[in-house]
Ligand binder design. Structure first.
Ligand SMILES: Cc1cc2nc3c(=O)[nH]c(=O)nc-3n(C[C@H](O)[C@H](O)[C@H](O)COP(=O)(O)OP(=O)(O)OC[C@H]3O[C@@H](n4cnc5c(N)ncnc54)[C@H](O)[C@@H]3O)c2cc1C
Ligand code: FES
Length: 283
């Protein structure tokens, strides 16, 4: 009988093959929301830019697009709300567990292109996670930009993401941080009202402002409307869209809205492009 030759198959690589990461820490942010810190096991994905997303694999269950919440020395931070099978499995992971990571995908927040302008960041609920890298970058290169403000809204005080970070950012004097909730018990000492009610509080020069808006669609719609009424040019208002995804590389058409693929032409888009897309029904 001829001797059988055993050969090792070459490692598979490519845009659809996840890279193995290990959970280094898991922080509970809210009742149903956790931040995972992930470190590469062997190789790493390309460094994501702010606003991009990764596909995170819970092996044996599936994968979901999750925005980059932060990056530090190659470690990825993703803040995840448990809403279904994949996100529940990701949120239930323990330190030492393995997660597959594909990415980074999509367009990012163009903060560098706004050098010299006033910067206005408006976030609603979990939308604070994808804009957190903007805040980090603003602090790192504060002298590059004009006035800067973060307006944050949540449904209730219990739904306020990153409370410690918000307090730390607020303590700094070089960026305005305003927080409001839609409704609260009488013991809440902060503001009550939708996030756009905070706009008159912060000084900015609308014609030379770039705005980054991230949150529920209705919030982005009202945010863009009010910013534009104040005089911020529509092409200077950027939003991040969420749509169901499969491939994340522009092949399957799952995320297609009109001529745009949210996975590769988005998720970050100027309002001039995003607004007509939001009128199209999701497949
Ligand atoms: C570009 C992009 C970036 C994203 N970034 C983040 C992020 O940083 N953190 C995060 O937690 N999520 C993020 N999401 C949403 C996340 O991908 C979905 O919540 C996830 O795919 C749901 O998968 P699942 O298998 O857990 O739930 P499924 O089993 O697919 O859905 C379970 C239930 O949840 C509902 N559902 C699905 N998606 C959402 C949603 N987005 N919000 C509320 N309910 C939903 C479904 O309608 C269904 O009723 C992002 C999505 C996109 C497209
Ligand atoms: S998710 Fe497949 S084309 Fe966008």
């Amino acid at each position: 009988m001829a001797a059988m030759r055993l050969e090792t198959a070459p490692a598979q690589t490519g845009p659809m093959v996840p890279v193995m990461y290990e959970v280094l820490s898991r922080r509970r942010d809210l009742d149903d929301t956790f931040t995972l810190e992930l470190a590469p096991v062997d190789s790493a994905i390309e460094t994501p830019t702010m606003g991009q997303f990764n596909m995170l694999w819970a092996f044996g269950i599936g994968e979901a697009p999750i925005s980059l919440a932060a990056i530090e020395d190659g470690r990825l931070f993703h803040t995840i709300r448990a809403v279904g099978s994949v996100t529940n499995a990701l949120c239930a992971m323990s330190v030492g567990d393995h997660v597959g990571v594909r990415g980074p995908y999509g367009t990012g927040w163009d903060l560098q292109g706004a050098a010299g302008k006033d910067i206005l960041v408006m976030a609603g609920g979990l939308g604070l996670a994808p804009v957190q890298p903007i805040i980090t970058e603003l602090f790192a290169n504060r002298e590059e930009y004009g006035r800067a403000a973060l307006l944050m809204g949540a449904r209730s005080p219990d739904a306020l993401l990153y409370r410690d970070e918000l307090e730390a950012w607020r303590a700094r004097l070089d960026i305005e941080v305003e927080v409001t909730v839609d409704s609260a018990a009488p013991d809440w000492r902060g503001d009550v009202g939708v996030v756009t009610t905070l706009l008159p509080r912060v000084p900015f020069d609308p014609p030379t402002t770039r705005a980054f808006v991230c949150g529920p669609e209705v919030m982005m719609r009202f945010g863009a409307r009010d910013l534009s009424e104040l005089g911020v040019p529509l092409e200077e208002i950027f939003v991040s869209l969420e749509r169901n995804m499969h491939c994340a590389v522009g092949h399957c058409g799952h995320c297609q809205l009109g001529a745009e693929f949210v996975c590769k032409d988005g998720p970050v888009l100027p309002w001039t492009v995003a607004e007509p897309l939001l009128r199209i029904r999701e497949r």
